[in-house]
Design a protein around this ligand. Structure first.
Ligand SMILES: C[S@@+](CC[C@H](N)C(=O)[O-])C[C@H]1O[C@@H](n2cnc3c(N)ncnc32)[C@H](O)[C@@H]1O
Length: 477
C-alpha cells in the first residue's frame, strides 16, 4: 500500500497556508486557460486526473516554472528519477466535480490511497444528498459550518451562498486539501481542526455534516468512514446547541437494526431530547439494506464484502437504515416535535423539495393558535387507512408523513376538514364549517390542524420566508 504523502506545512503555519493559496490559484489559472485547448489540457489530465507521471520538462511547460516549483515545495507534486531523467507525479488529484449545481475544482486523494488512514475522498452520492437537502432550506443569513469537510467541496458550495463559512475536520490532510480546494475556486473559507463542533465559537445559521457514518467500524475490514461510537442523536444535540434562532442543521446518518428492534423508532426517541431545546426535527430513512447489500456499497472485493457482512450479522445486525436528520431551530422557546419519514421508494431520488416544504410548514406552525386560525391552507391528496379503531391519513409525496388518531375523529373531523380545503381556505373558516370540529374543543382541534399541517395534508398557501428571499410553500393566486 502506498502511503499518502504529507502535504508540506512549510516552515510555519502561515507559510504553508500561503503556499497552498499560491498553488491553488496558480493551478486554477492553468486549468481555466487550458479548458478549451486539448494540447494544454492533456498534461494536466495525465498528472491530476489519471495520476500518471510526466517528464519534468513537460510538466514545466504545462504549469510554468514558478507554479511547478511551488507545487513541488507544497507536496502537491513529487519528483523522482528514472534512468537519469527527472519525472514528476501528482500527490493530489484535481478534478472538476459536480457539487450541487456547481462545477467545483476539487483537490482530493487518488483512489489507490483509499485504505490509508489520512485518505481524503472527493464528493460522492452522500455529498449530493446532503446538498439536495441543504439547498431546499430557507436558511437565515449568518455563519455556515461544514463539519467533516474532507476535500472542502461542500464548504466551497456553501461559500457561494453564505458570506462566512467555517470548515472543520480532525484530519490535518483534509484541512490542507480543503484549503487547496478553496484556492482552486477562488473561494474564502475558514478551516479549523476540531472534532465535529467541539470548540466552535459563535452560533451558526447552518451546520451541514456528512460524518463518518458507516456502520461496522470494528469489522475485520476497517472502513475509513466508520467512526466507532458515533451516535447520531448525540451529534444532533451538539449541533442544536450551536444553532442561531431560525437556523438549521442537516446530518447524514446510518443506524443498525439489531435482532428485530426498531432502530428508526429508537433513534426518533433519542432525538426527542433535541426538540426540548426549542426545535423541530425530521428523521428521514431513505433505505434499509441487508448487511450484504450494505457491504457491497462500500467495498468492491467480494471476499471483503462477505467478511464485513458476516461480521455485521455476527454482531446481531440484520439491516442498516440510512438517511438524514434535519434540525430546525426555533426563534422562540417552545419545544418542538420529531417527525419520522420512511421515504424508501426510489431511494436515490432527491427529496430536498419535500424537506424544504416540511421546514416551511413547521416554521408556519410556530405561530400561536390565533395566527393559525387565519392561516390560508389547501388540502393535499391523502391516502387513508384504518386498523383496530385507529385511523391513519397519509400525505402523498416522498416523505409520506401521516396523522394517526381515533378512527372516528379522523373520519368525522380530519377528513371533512380536508374536504373543506380543496380550494384555499382560512383554517378558522374550515373549522367553523365542520360541525364535529367544534365539538372537539379549541385545544384539540388546533392540535389536529397542526398535525395536518406538519404532515403536509394541509399546505399553507403562503408562508413568510425566514430570510425573505424564498418560500417553500404554494403561493396564493
Ligand atoms: C464522509 S467524509 C465527508 C467529506 C465531505 N464533507 C463530503 O461530503 O464530501 C467524512 C469526513 O469527516 C471527517 N471526520 C472524521 N471524524 C471527525 C470528527 N470527529 N470531527 C470532524 N470531522 C471528522 C473525516 O476526516 C472526513 O473528512
Amino acid at each position: 500500500m502506498q502511503q499518502v504523502a504529507a502535504l508540506r506545512w512549510g516552515t510555519d503555519e502561515s507559510d504553508a497556508e500561503g503556499l497552498r493559496r499560491t498553488i491553488g490559484r496558480g493551478l486554477r489559472e492553468v486549468f481555466v486557460a487550458a479548458a478549451d485547448d486539448p494540447t494544454r489540457i492533456r498534461p494536466l489530465w495525465t498528472l491530476f486526473s489519471r495520476g500518471d507521471p510526466l517528464p519534468l520538462a513537460k510538466a514545466s511547460r504545462a504549469l510554468g516554472e514558478p507554479l511547478l516549483a511551488a507545487a513541488l515545495e507544497g507536496g502537491v507534486l513529487a519528483a523522482f528519477e528514472i534512468d537519469d531523467e527527472v519525472w514528476v507525479r501528482a500527490e493530489v488529484s484535481v478534478l472538476t466535480a459536480p457539487v450541487g449545481e456547481l462545477g467545483v475544482l476539487v483537490a482530493a486523494d487518488f483512489g489507490w490511497h483509499e485504505d490509508d488512514r489520512e485518505y481524503v475522498g472527493g464528493p460522492g452520492n452522500a455529498t449530493a444528498t446532503l446538498l439536495d437537502v441543504v439547498a431546499s432550506l430557507d436558511v437565515p443569513p449568518g455563519l455556515a459550518v461544514d463539519v467533516g469537510t474532507g476535500s472542502g467541496a461542500v464548504a466551497v458550495w456553501l461559500r457561494s451562498r453564505f458570506a462566512t463559512v467555517t470548515a472543520t475536520d480532525v484530519n490535518p490532510r483534509a484541512l490542507a486539501l480543503a484549503e487547496l480546494t478553496a484556492a482552486l475556486n477562488d473561494s474564502q473559507i475558514d478551516v479549523v481542526q476540531m472534532s465535529f463542533v467541539d470548540g466552535l465559537t459563535g452560533d451558526a445559521a447552518l451546520i451541514a455534516c456528512n460524518p463518518p457514518f458507516v456502520v461496522g467500524a470494528d469489522a475485520p475490514v476497517v472502513f475509513r468512514d466508520a467512526h466507532p461510537g458515533l451516535d447520531p442523536a448525540m451529534l444532533a444535540a451538539s449541533f442544536r446547541a450551536h444553532l442561531a434562532p431560525g437556523g438549521y442543521a442537516v446530518l447524514l446518518a446510518n443506524w443498525p437494526y439489531r435482532d428485530g428492534a426498531d432502530a428508526r423508532a429508537a433513534l426518533a426517541a433519542a432525538l426527542d431530547e433535541v426538540t426540548d431545546d426549542a426545535s423541530d426535527v425530521l428523521l428521514v430513512e431513505r433505505a434499509v439494506t441487508t448487511p450484504e447489500q450494505y457491504a457491497a456499497v462500500w467495498r468492491d472485493d467480494p471476499d471483503e464484502q462477505q467478511a464485513w457482512a458476516m461480521r455485521l450479522r455476527g454482531d446481531g445486525i440484520l439491516g442498516v437504515g440510512s438517511g438524514f436528520i434535519v434540525i430546525a431551530a426555533a426563534g422562540d422557546d417552545e419545544p418542538g416535535q420529531v417527525d419520522v419519514a420512511a421515504a424508501h421508494q426510489a431511494s436515490d431520488e432527491p427529496v430536498g423539495t419535500a424537506v424544504g416544504a416540511w421546514a416551511a410548514r413547521v416554521r408556519a406552525l410556530r405561530e400561536g393558535d390565533d395566527d393559525l386560525a387565519s392561516l390560508v391552507v389547501r388540502a393535499a391528496p391523502a391516502q387513508q387507512a384504518e386498523h383496530a379503531g385507529v385511523g391513519v391519513l397519509r400525505a402523498g409525496g416522498p416523505l409520506g408523513l401521516a396523522v394517526h388518531g381515533p378512527a372516528v375523529q379522523i373520519a368525522q373531523v380530519a377528513q371533512p376538514l380536508l374536504a373543506e380545503c380543496t380550494e384555499p381556505r382560512r383554517v378558522g373558516d374550515a373549522i367553523e364549517a365542520v360541525p364535529m370540529a367544534r365539538t372537539l374543543g379549541r385545544s384539540a382541534i388546533f392540535s389536529l390542524v397542526r398535525a395536518l399541517v406538519r404532515t403536509g395534508l394541509l399546505v399553507p398557501c403562503e408562508v413568510a420566508s425566514t430570510s425573505g428571499n424564498k418560500s417553500n410553500s404554494e403561493t396564493l393566486h
